[in-house]
Ligand binder design. Structure first.
Ligand code: NDP
Length: 439
């Protein structure tokens, strides 16, 4: 039932999950009897709020703020905050919905939530970012808490923004607690959190490939985006001996045949906060292609021949044409760092081709899993070494792969990790909802 037709991304995410659940619903009538589908697609609570702030010219600006507390069957609501002009209720709802099952797959005690704003951080001064984050938190603080709802970063929200929001939370709530994850290492953050989503997506690819007797070593890979997830995907690909040859932003892409220069990319994006057009100034052999020159109807990144692809920018960045290009060029593995980067048609093409396809809710769960490890460290007032957290992350990614693939096999489609991940995630949440009664 589509009662809010403008929420296209949410319906797309829901369709993908519900499609997969058919065999489970047929086998176990209890989920129907308890009306789990009808209940799980409705958020437990949705908070919409106004965010006023003053820009550097003294002008008042007004943005929309969102926090969707979707499902708390498994633990406190957990999920990132996205600051991007494309944010609306449907985008936050799709992200929150995906988050429920992703968080369940980690095996950790976290419920699903998501939030953000249509605020555009691009071109804003540091002071404007701070004022916006403070204004945003001046409403959000009353809804969140270390055992209630624990937001993190997402597109447009990194360590700097988490710092400003934490400062405001602490002041208003008068509590120093692990209410946000992705904090600085100097005051409560966890080692590996910054790297976790990208590293996790590569670990997931590694486990999918290992299962078929293959490795990433020496293989050319394409990566989209050039933000947090992309940078650490590229870093882990190098660790495993692969050669990442692309990255992109919303204006264009880099193809660097010799392999992306990671130090240069980090300096551009994490220190100088510049656009990818600057990359070729230091690497004249690399090629920059603006979006307007991408092959018609395609994302340029996926036209580059590769062994494995790591979509790490945003939703619906990889369509059926891109899936066909990848498959025609011999790509055997797609591991999604971004949330829902592939359209439904592209997903079906990957499943039909029986390649190693890791859907976002499984492949990018390393970020939220490590956020939960940050919560554990905050709660016990301790901190673990890089090696400890990284080993836990790798194990969690392996467990997610095994869980998704054995569940897929249980329902007769062993290579279909979309089916496996959706059923495994759903089943855990649904059983908890039944045991906790109608609340
Ligand atoms: P960042 O803001 O750090 O980077 C986002 C990157 O994607 C930028 O290069 C950005 O380019 C690009 N991008 C964003 N929107 C678009 C668009 N409409 N078209 C083309 N490129 C775009 O975000 P993250 O790296 O944190 O997030 C990337 C993806 O990973 C998202 O889907 C997010 O939900 C998902 N994810 C992130 C997690 C995390 O821990 N950070 C955890 C799990 C999933 P530009 O600068 O031009 O906007």
């Amino acid at each position: 039932k589509r009662s809010s037709p403008s929420q296209t991304e949410f319906y797309q995410a829901a369709e993908e999950v519900l499609e997969s659940l058919r065999p489970l619903m047929e086998k176990y009538p209890k989920y129907r009897e308890h009306k789990i589908i009808e209940r799980i697609v409705e958020p437990e609570r949705q908070i919409l709020f106004r965010v006023n702030w003053v820009d550097d010219n003294g002008e008042i600006q007004v943005n929309k703020g969102y926090r969707i507390e979707f499902n708390s069957a498994l633990g406190p609501y957990k999920g990132g905050l996205r600051f991007h002009p494309s944010v609306n209720a449907g985008v936050i709802k799709f992200l929150g919905f995906e988050q429920i099952f992703k968080n369940a797959l980690t095996g950790l005690q976290i419920g699903g939530g998501k939030g953000g704003s249509d605020f555009n951080p691009k071109g804003k001064s540091n002071n404007e970012i701070m004022r916006f984050c403070q204004a945003f938190m001046s409403e959000l603080y009353r809804h969140i808490g270390a055992n209630t709802d624990v937001p993190a970063g997402d597109i447009g929200v990194g360590g700097r923004e988490i710092g400003y929001m934490f400062g405001m939370y602490k002041k208003l709530a008068n509590r120093y607690e692990g209410v946000l994850t992705g904090k600085s290492l100097k005051w409560g953050g966890s080692l590996v959190r910054t790297e976790a989503t990208g590293y996790g997506a590569v670990y997931f690819a590694k486990y999918m490939l290992e299962d078929r007797g293959e490795t990433l070593e020496g293989k050319r890979c394409v990566v989209s985006g050039s933000g947090n997830v992309s940078i650490y995907t590229i870093e882990k690909l190098y660790h495993l001996g692969a050669i990442p040859v692309t990255c992109s932003d919303s204006n264009g892409m880099i193809y660097d045949e010799d392999g992306i220069d990671l130090e240069l990319l980090k300096d551009l994006k994490e220190v100088r906060r510049e656009r990818l057009t600057e990359y070729v100034k230091s690497r004249p052999n690399a090629k920059y292609t603006p979006v307007e020159e991408y092959p018609e109807g395609c994302n340029g990144v996926y036209s580059i021949p590769c062994y494995a692809a790591f979509p790490s920018a945003t939703q619906n960045e990889l369509n059926l044409n891109d899936a066909k290009n990848l498959l025609a060029n011999g790509c055997v593995c797609v591991s999604e760092g971004a949330n829902m980067p592939s359209t439904l048609e592209a997903v079906h093409a990957f499943i039909d081709a029986k390649i190693c396809y890791g859907p976002g809710k499984a492949a990018n769960a390393g970020g939220v899993a490590t956020s939960q490890l940050e919560m554990q460290q905050n709660a016990s007032m301790s901190s673990w070494t890089f090696e400890e957290v990284d080993a836990k992350l790798a194990q969690i990614m392996k467990d997610i792969f095994v869980n998704a693939s054995t569940t897929a096999a249980e329902f007769g489609e062993p290579t279909n990790l979309v089916l496996g991940a959706n059923i495994a995630g759903f089943r855990k949440v649904a059983d908890a909802m039944i045991e906790q009664g109608l609340v």
